[in-house]
Design a protein around this ligand. Structure first.
Ligand code: SF4
Length: 138
């Protein structure tokens, strides 16, 4: 394992991208970042730029409008990069399945390493899912 990968695994930086769901999953992601659930105790940090991110966390259904932006963000992330889908919408389009503008699920367009199920998933489940995929950075 290279030195860079060692530190990435110890302190991965996360980019959250919401494709436009109901915002329920986004609120749970914010809850996971707040002191109550405190995702930073595991060394994870939310970042606002894909160029610094190790893990792309996607919530909501993939829509025709957001798909090019989602792909561009993924391409801007440095290797090794991991994609995690949160919630039923990312997994299977959820409540938005069949809508004219929905082109998901997420793993049809990006190499998703893991999904965290739920509508929305609880902050504990989000943290657990992210911890599980960190093994991939070994
Ligand atoms: S999975 Fe549920 S909570 Fe999350 S964006 Fe979709 S409808 Fe909203």
């Amino acid at each position: 394992m290279s030195l860079a990968n060692f530190f990435r695994r110890k302190s991965p930086w996360i980019l959250h991208f919401d494709t436009g769901g109901c915002n329920g999953c986004s609120i749970e992601v914010v809850a996971a970042l707040t002191p109550r659930f405190d995702i930073e105790r595991f060394g994870m940090l939310a970042k606002g730029t894909p160029r610094h991110a190790d893990i792309l966390v996607v919530t909501g259904p993939v829509t025709r409008q957001c798909l090019p932006r989602l792909k561009r963000i993924y391409e801007q992330m440095p290797e090794p990069k991991i994609v995690v889908g949160l919630g039923s919408c990312a997994m299977s389009n959820g409540a938005f399945d069949g809508c004219y503008n929905v082109v998901g699920p997420l793993d049809k367009h990006l190499p998703v390493k893991a999904f965290v199920p739920g509508c929305p998933p609880r902050p504990e489940a989000i943290i657990h899912g992210l911890m599980a995929v960190l093994e991939e950075l070994k």
